[in-house]
Design a protein around this ligand. Structure first.
Ligand SMILES: [Zn+2]
Length: 90
């Protein structure tokens, strides 16, 4: 483990109160997270580890953003407007 990795590792430990989840776990759970959000629940409060992972992991955040866009389309029961697409990319 080089110095930089060690620092990151150490920071993760101190910033994380709960057990860190892996990308695999994140991919399994992220759809639940989005469902909570879509139904108006405070997803971040209910699944803090997942939120923490999303804050740190670009790959999982991309997955999350994509799922969130899909969930919103389903919820609204229609195709997205151009503005929706633009906002979702931002
Ligand atoms: Zn990840």
């Amino acid at each position: 483990m080089n110095r930089e990795r060690f620092d990151t590792w150490l920071r993760n430990i101190y910033e994380t109160q709960d057990v860190e989840i892996s990308c695999t776990e994140c991919f399994d759970l992220v759809s639940n997270f989005v469902e909570l959000e879509v139904s108006g629940e405070n997803a971040a409060a209910k699944m803090p580890q997942l939120k923490h992972h999303l804050d740190q992991c670009q790959a999982c955040r991309d997955e999350y953003e994509a799922l969130r866009v899909l969930a919103r389309w389903e919820n609204e029961g229609g195709a997205p407007s151009l503005d929706d697409l633009r906002n979702s990319i931002r």
